[in-house]
Write a protein that binds this ligand. Structure first.
Ligand SMILES: *Cc1c(COP(=O)(O)O)cnc(C)c1O
Length: 402
């Protein structure tokens, strides 16, 4: 029996069963073809069954699928870390791999705390984070996040959230938090520019620039959780290209959505905080499947395609088409339409409105999974104009029909 995610099992309707997938299409067991308008939780940026990605995995699987990274190493992980070193901005040079975004967030938060503990600064126990943040489902990630669904469970753990301060994405509040807590903070962690699971909220780049200044002024580490925004989703390759963090977290699209894998990338300064004759200053972490050879092979190929096929131009095109298609659209059920890069979100006036959307879209050949009061799309970047127009048409038709 499968226990499905984010779902009251008692009320769950049967999920659609997928038997094949190619390009942007999912094929169901009853012979339907559905456009995957959410790229399997924002990860499948090249679409399904990409011949080059398939070949990369097949070639590696014939050598070996996995060896542990404790005491062993291999070409795919060496090449990927070298590639990321060249590809990422600044001195983001040290790759710590893990099997999921949540774990990569845990690693970043542990790194940040220990960075100061290693220096004897034991008071820096607090993390600064944003309201409406989402950083994953493990415990420290839940604390850093600000998801209504987690408040309920975290409440059961007394004092579990006392080490996290949440602020809105407003510069005065940011400055006040630094004034009040700077000597207790080890990091500021943000989803830069676009908060995804918390409702696709776009905020100002100036906030991040000010955050960088304040982190420098007070010696606090800046962490960008780009698990969702990385690899082009905001229209930038990485938001880290615009403002440089000390630690960058990538996941989801890292492997083109083929295999769960993530990486926590530290800059020279953070790495130096662990590099020491004292073995207690080592980072004590090591997920079993970190640096998995299949994941690294497919990630390398994914980045190669992203660069070679000029994906940033494809993403700009998605944004342009979205703006055009929604330019004259208005509905009493819509509070706001937000478009940034390869992300389009319709915030509805309440959660009732989205209720029938999944079935409506399914009947018209589109797979979507709205949540809270958001109807959104994050399509694979390879989507064609007509397929995009179809997704947007389904969204508009639904809001006209209810
Ligand atoms: C999805 C997500 C995570 C968690 O990644 P998993 O691979 O699901 O553990 C963390 N941070 C952000 C910003 C995400 O969108």
């Amino acid at each position: 029996m499968i226990w499905y995610p984010y779902t009251q099992m008692k009320h769950m309707k049967a999920p659609y069963k997928i038997v094949d997938a190619e390009g942007v299409y999912l094929h169901t067991d009853d012979g339907r073809k559905l456009i995957d308008s959410v790229s399997s939780w924002w990860s499948v940026i090249h679409g399904y069954k990409n011949p080059e990605l398939n070949a990369a995995i097949i070639s590696q699987v014939q050598k070996f699928s996995h060896v542990m990274l404790g005491g062993l190493t291999h070409e795919p992980v060496e090449k990927l870390s070298q590639k990321l070193r060249e590809y990422l901005p600044g001195e983001l040079d040290y790759c710590f791999f893990s099997d999921s975004g949540s774990v990569a967030v845990e690693v970043a938060l542990k790194m940040s705390l220990q960075y100061f503990v290693n220096r004897g600064e034991n008071r820096r126990t607090k993390i600064l984070a944003l309201e409406n943040a989402y950083h994953g489902d493990t415990f420290k990630a839940m604390e850093a996040g600000d998801d209504e669904d987690y408040h309920f469970i975290l409440k059961a753990l007394e004092n579990s959230t006392q080490n996290t301060i949440h602020i809105p994405t407003k510069i005065p509040e940011l400055e006040r938090a630094f004034e009040n807590y700077h000597d207790e903070l080890n990091c500021l962690i943000v989803e830069p520019l676009l908060q995804c699971a918390g409702g696709f909220r776009i905020y100002d780049l100036e906030f991040l620039k000010r955050a960088r200044e304040l982190c420098d002024e007070y010696g606090v580490l800046l962490i960008f959780d780009e698990v969702a925004t990385g690899f082009g989703r905001t229209g930038n390759r990485f938001v880290a290209d615009l403002v440089l963090p000390d630690i960058l977290i990538l996941g989801k699209a890292l492997t083109g959505g083929y295999i769960g894998h993530a990486v926590t990338v530290a800059n020279q300064k953070v790495f130096d905080g662990f590099y020491d004759d004292n073995s207690e200053h080592a980072l004590m972490h090591g997920p079993t499947f970190m640096g998995n050879a299949l994941a690294c092979s497919v990630a390398l190929k994914s980045i190669e395609i992203f660069e070679r096929e000029n994906y940033l131009a494809k993403i700009r095109n998605i944004e342009r088409i979205a703006k055009r298609e929604f330019a004259n659209f208005d509905s009493e059920f819509v509070k706001e339409i937000r478009i940034l890069g390869g992300c389009v979100c319709i915030e509805c006036v309440n959660s009732e409105i989205i209720r029938g959307f999944q079935e409506f879209a399914f009947e018209r050949g589109v797979f979507n999974r709205p949540f809270l009061k958001y109807i959104y799309t994050m399509p694979p970047y390879i989507i064609s104009e007509s397929e995009l127009v179809k997704i947007f048409g389904v969204m508009k038709d639904y809001l006209r029909a209810i």
